[in-house]
Every structure is written in structure tokens, then in C-alpha cells.
Write a protein that binds this ligand. Structure first.
Ligand SMILES: NC(=O)C1=CN([C@@H]2O[C@H](COP(=O)(O)OP(=O)(O)OC[C@H]3O[C@@H](n4cnc5c(N)ncnc54)[C@H](OP(=O)(O)O)[C@@H]3O)[C@@H](O)[C@H]2O)C=CC1
Ligand SMILES: O=C(CO)COP(=O)(O)O
Length: 335
């Protein structure tokens, strides 16, 4: 019996990792869950009080205290499935000391929605290239799903993508609960890139709200954003896909409109005149779209896809252009 348990390790200690821990431990399929986080103090608190003191503190943590660790090598070694969930900007740091041999024979799921800075690669490409990790053993876990609603056990849908749909279906069984349904997909590239891009559009959405545009304009913005996503993912990985599926349009909508969206909140602060630093400090959570905007700007030099919304966000965040002027110019280009 013990041997049939899936050994899965969650890498990351933020809100999404905490919500994923809840799903995995509420799910009744036999498994052993390991959890890595960087912060020893947080780990000791969770061991003692069974709650994460920093993120989603209401969630009761049901991981065995001895399965919590700040030693990534130890956690990776024990598991057969590694679920990565540190913000992309800190992924290289988190994986320090890990070699290709440590990942050999395992499956990796990325629940990260960001591009690895400097490398300008989505996580799948980064892991494949830097750890010689086979892409057919790599999966992408996406939304639309906010950690806060998982904590509240509100009905939510995930998407698990793998080139091997059978593998995706097998692993999806470990996430489903009364409040979680997991769709499967074979589009690892489209799922990852769409999840990265929607964060940039959520920033645009927040900026527009802050500078005075209303719901009518927001609808036009989001409608243009999904077309921009389609143009880009079709250029990077041209396969037949329905962009209206939950992993693409759904993820964009939840981020663009939800009160829980980190990226929209960040954009809202930028629109109100906060500097990037002060907005980041104020939020105490990571808005992936800020880093993604710069990375995408670089990646798109190769593909040359027409992306006026991403361009406007980049100009505001990285070229210090005025949100009001930039959004006014953008509005002229939308339809
Ligand atoms: N939140 C959500 O609803 C969802 C998030 N995601 C994705 O999950 C990933 C993680 O996001 P999320 O859980 O929201 O993050 P949070 O903002 O909740 O937490 C931030 C995490 O990043 C760590 N961190 C912050 N600064 C640094 C640093 N300088 N070096 C190393 N680590 C650092 C924090 O560690 P510490 O606490 O020790 O400071 C913490 O674990 C992102 O890619 C996000 O897009 C995907 C779907 C849903
Ligand atoms: O990816 C997410 C929801 O699917 C979370 O990102 P936001 O918090 O910016 O919405």
C-alpha cells in the first residue's frame, strides 16, 4: 500500500503553493506530500501551528511536519513528481544546487506563470534546456484559479497540460476535490505562454481603471487582449487550439476582473502614480506580469507579433511613460 503512494513535492511557500498543498491534501488519492520553502521561520511556524503565517493563514496545513524542509535537494530526492511554484524571477535561486541528475526519471509540473528573467524562457523551455529534462515528462498546471478562492473552497477549475494527455489525466486525479475540477490539455506551450501574457493584460486592466476608464472600455481592452494572446501563441507554437477555453480566455478574465488579482492590483497602483518599487513593497505579493513585460518585450523581438497592449504596459513600466498618455494612445489602436 505504502509503495503505491504518489510522492509529490511542492517547491515554493507563497499563496499558490499553500493553496496547492490544500488541494493535494484534501484530495483522497494515496500520496505523500513534501513541501519546500525558503524561510526557516515560516517552516517552524507551520510545523508548530499547522498554518502558513504569511499566506492564506486560514488554511489548515495537513502535511506531516517531517515532510517540510528548506533543503531543496532533500525534498527533490524524496519525490517522483516535483511541482514548481516559486515566482519565475526567483526560480534559479530556488533551484541552486540542483543538477540534471536530481531531476532524472521524475516528472515536473510547473504552476508558475512567469518567464525566467535573463534567460527569457518559459519554465518548460528553461527546465528542458538547463536540466536536459524531457518535455514529455513536463506538465503545466494553470487556472483560471485564484489561491484565495481555493482557500474558501469555492468551485474552481484547473488545467493540467502535458504532451502526453494520458499522463495529464493520471496526475489530474491527485488535484480533484469537491471544489476542484481539473481539465486536461496537450498544449504545454500555449497554456504556459497564455498564463504569462494574461498577467501583463491584468496590469493594463488595473492601469486603465486607475486612470478613469470604465467597464465599457475594460471589455474592449480584454477583448483585444485575447486576440493579442492568440496572435502570440499561434506564432510561437502554431497548433489548432480554441482560445476561448478556460486555460486561455478564462485565465485572462479572472485575472483581468477579480478583486484578488495581484497583477491588476499592481497595475492599479501604477496607474495611480506609485513607483514600481513602492507598489511592490505595498503589495507584499509578487505580480509576475511586471517581470514578464520585460521578458516578453525581448522574446517578441524574434516573433514580431503585433502586441499594442503589451507594448503600452512595457512603455509605462520600463520606459517611464505616463499611464494617461500611453493608455490614450493605446485606445486609438483598439477596436
Ligand atoms: N496566487 C495565485 O492565485 C496564483 C499564482 N500563480 C503563480 O504562482 C507563482 C507563485 O505566486 P504566488 O504564490 O501568488 O506568490 P506570492 O506573492 O503569494 O508569494 C511570493 C513568494 O515568492 C517568494 N519570494 C518573494 N521574494 C523573493 C525573493 N527575493 N527570493 C526568493 N523568493 C522570494 C516568497 O517567499 P517568502 O515568503 O519567503 O518571502 C513567496 O514564497 C507565480 O508564478 C504566480 O503567477 C498561479 C496561479 C494562481
Ligand atoms: O494566475 C492567477 C489566477 O489564475 C493569479 O494571478 P493574479 O493574482 O494576478 O490574478
Amino acid at each position: 500500500m505504502e509503495q503505491n503512494k504518489l510522492k509529490i513535492a511542492v517547491i515554493g511557500g507563497g499563496s499558490w503553493a499553500t493553496a496547492i498543498i490544500k488541494m493535494l491534501t484534501d484530495n483522497t488519492a494515496p500520496k505523500e506530500v513534501f513541501w519546500w520553502m525558503r524561510n526557516e521561520e515560516t517552516l517552524q511556524h507551520i510545523r508548530k501551528f499547522r498554518h502558513n503565517p504569511k499566506y492564506l493563514s486560514s488554511i489548515a496545513i495537513c502535511v506531516k511536519p517531517e515532510n517540510l524542509s528548506t533543503q531543496i535537494k532533500e525534498v527533490v530526492e524524496k519525490a517522483e513528481v516535483i511541482l514548481l511554484n516559486v515566482p519565475a524571477a526567483f526560480l534559479k535561486n530556488a533551484l541552486e544546487g540542483i543538477t540534471a541528475a536530481d531531476f532524472k526519471g521524475k516528472k515536473i509540473i510547473s504552476a508558475i506563470k512567469g518567464i525566467v528573467p535573463d534567460e527569457n524562457q518559459i519554465v518548460g523551455d528553461f527546465i528542458h534546456q538547463h536540466y536536459q529534462f524531457p518535455l514529455d515528462q513536463f506538465l503545466v498546471l494553470s487556472g483560471p484559479c485564484h489561491a484565495e478562492e481555493v482557500a474558501l473552497e469555492k468551485l474552481s477549475y484547473l488545467t493540467l497540460a502535458s504532451q502526453d494527455k494520458k499522463l495529464a489525466a493520471e496526475l489530474a486525479c491527485y488535484f480533484n476535490t469537491r471544489y476542484i475540477k481539473t481539465n486536461i490539455s496537450d498544449d504545454i506551450y500555449g497554456t504556459e505562454y497564455a498564463a504569462v501574457l494574461k498577467n501583463i493584460y491584468a496590469i493594463a486592466s488595473g492601469i486603465c481603471h486607475a486612470v478613469g476608464y470604465g467597464d465599457n472600455f475594460q471589455a474592449v481592452l480584454i477583448s483585444n487582449a485575447i486576440r493579442e494572446i492568440k496572435r502570440f501563441v499561434d506564432a510561437v507554437h502554431p497548433i489548432t487550439r480554441d482560445i476561448n477555453e478556460s486555460a486561455y480566455l478564462g485565465d485572462l478574465l479572472v485575472t483581468g476582473y477579480s478583486q484578488f488579482s495581484r497583477n491588476r492590483t499592481f497595475g492599479n497602483m501604477i496607474g495611480k502614480g506609485y513607483t514600481v518599487n513602492s507598489a511592490q513593497l505595498e503589495m507584499n505579493m509578487v505580480a509576475e506580469g511586471y517581470y514578464a513585460s520585460n521578458c516578453l518585450h525581448e522574446v517578441n523581438k524574434k516573433y514580431q507579433v503585433d502586441m499594442p497592449i503589451s507594448k503600452a504596459v512595457y512603455a509605462i513600466l520600463y520606459q517611464k511613460r505616463s499611464p494617461v498618455t500611453e493608455m490614450k494612445q493605446l485606445a486609438e489602436q483598439l477596436s
